[in-house]
Design a protein around this ligand. Structure first.
Ligand SMILES: Nc1ncnc2c1ncn2[C@@H]1O[C@H](COP(=O)(O)OP(=O)(O)OP(=O)(O)O)[C@@H](O)[C@H]1O
Length: 456
């Protein structure tokens, strides 16, 4: 059993992470800030330290060099990626950009624990043996698919990866745009350098310019010190602008200049700096239509799509839903420390026939749910929840919320019900406040759980 120090000030997130790590056999000690952790514990006494970058008091990056041989893994949001990248350069073991998958977090923690204890006995045989590699051509850097459409996508990815040209990835929500961008980065000569993900839709319009390009001291209210932007944080590596269609016009102009000149000029500065960054942009929107409507600059559109890859929806990839489900099933049971599970013939047929409007992300949620419900036996059709009629969420009383009453089901289920029930009458700020999380965390969790914000 490894001892992990978890420092996170958002209570709901912390509880969720603690339960996740505990389920994987780790002893977790929690704190809401570095000061609190230091007051109660010896920082060097842990096998690994997992901390948010943004904390009350000192930021999580200050843990670097203070935790003995324990790897320090940082969790970042868009606003702190740069700080996290710098911290890795100074000795932090790694960073994870929110929103992240539970699987991703567990895999990263296990990897770092294993790397500090090469002599340690192998973990108890909880975990299933690693999945055999998918047959040649059916998998590329985490993307599974044997359909003709996906083989074509894999061929395009291999072709564009070594290039320096800007790439536009287009596809419906949940088709794997971010996964594809990461694959391009990993197959490119920039693979050893940072991959920086910017969720354009999650950053308030008033801040996005400064976040991307940095600013000089005094450039805006509250900008007390000069700060580098995410373009600079990605120096030498790849910058993914996810949901690029959400960028305000003013920022589109600045991005265009960056692409034309290869230079970044911080807000409030007259001095331009060269930035060696490969840009990948992703969107589920029809940018061509946005150009025609006048909400997206045509010159930027043409700059972005020097190279373009379209990810087909899952319903246009015959056979892939079952292939991906099997791969996700292996991944999920391995992460949960369970023996491998099989899909029954009926379950396979149901997966193949379902339309999957939420694409791979929806399939992933269905597999996750099925593993929990199957309780160790084969996955049946009923476990996938494909036949469930859409139900209005059961009421959650505000009294139980105030009392912080523990949900009878999972925290995610509780979150989902609360959001669905209240999103029509409460603002995002009010929902976040009543859940005890930040607006940013609310947005991130909506993304992860596939509960998009209703368009007003
Ligand atoms: N071809 C694939 N094979 C296996 N897993 C995949 C594949 N494509 C996507 N996934 C998984 O599905 C989930 C959603 O993928 P990803 O986040 O890349 O999609 P996206 O198009 O960027 O989503 P969104 O539009 O919601 O931002 C991720 O957990 C990813 O690992």
């Amino acid at each position: 059993m490894s001892r992990i120090l978890l420092i996170e000030d958002e209570i709901v997130i912390r509880a969720e992470l603690r339960r996740l790590l505990a389920r994987h056999g780790h002893a977790v000690v929690e704190a809401g800030s570095i000061a609190e952790a230091e007051a109660e514990h010896e920082l060097c006494a842990f096998d690994l330290v997992l901390a948010d970058v943004r904390l009350p008091g000192a930021p999580g990056t200050e843990l670097v060099g203070r935790c003995g041989s324990a790897p320090v893994v940082l969790m970042t949001s868009y606003a702190t990626v740069k700080a996290a990248v710098e911290a890795v350069k100074r000795g932090a073991a790694d960073y994870l950009s929110k929103p992240f998958d539970h699987d991703e977090l567990v895999a990263l923690v296990e990897r770092h624990l294993a790397s500090v204890r090469p002599e340690a006995a192998p973990p108890a045989p909880l975990a299933a043996p690693p999945a055999p590699p998918a047959p040649d051509g059916d998998e590329l850097e985490g993307m599974v698919g044997g359909s003709a459409a996906m083989r074509e996508v894999f061929a395009q990815v291999r072709k564009v990866a070594p290039s320096e040209a800007t790439l536009l990835v287009v596809g419906e929500g949940g088709t794997g745009k971010e996964t594809l961008a990461r694959a391009v980065h990993r197959l490119s000569p920039r693979r050893q350098q940072p991959f920086v993900l910017v969720q354009c839709a999650a950053i308030p319009d008033a801040q996005i310019e400064g976040e991307l390009f940095g600013y000089e001291a005094g450039a805006a209210a509250g900008a007390l010190a000069a700060r580098a932007g995410l373009c600079e944080a990605a120096e030498g590596g790849t910058l993914l602008l996810d949901e690029v269609g959400e960028l305000p016009m003013k920022v589109q102009g600045r991005l265009l200049r960056f692409l034309q000149t290869g230079e970044v000029r911080r807000v409030g500065s007259t001095r331009a700096r060269r930035a060696d960054v490969r840009l990948i942009a992703a969107t589920h929107r029809d940018l061509g239509a946005m150009v025609r409507e006048g909400s997206f600059r045509s010159d930027l559109y043409f700059r972005l799509r020097v190279l373009e890859i379209r990810l087909p929806p899952l319903r246009e990839r015959p056979g892939d839903a079952v292939r991906i489900a099997e791969s996700l099933l292996k991944r999920r049971t391995r992460v949960m420390g369970q023996a491998p599970l099989a899909l029954s013939a009926e379950a396979r047929a149901a997966i193949a026939a379902a339309p999957w409007p939420g694409n791979v992300r929806e399939l992933e949620n269905a597999v996750h749910r099925a593993v929990v419900l199957a309780g160790g036996s084969a996955i049946e059709r009923a476990h996938l929840g494909l036949d469930d009629p859409p139900r209005p969420p059961p009421p959650v009383s505000s009294a139980s919320l105030r009392d912080g009453a523990p949900p009878s089901d999972s925290l995610e289920g509780y979150f989902r019900r609360f959001v669905l029930e209240h999103q029509d009458e409460l603002t995002e700020t009010e929902i976040a406040r009543r859940l005890g999380i930040s607006r940013k965390a609310l947005w991130e969790r909506r993304q992860r759980l596939g509960i998009p914000r209703p368009r007003s």
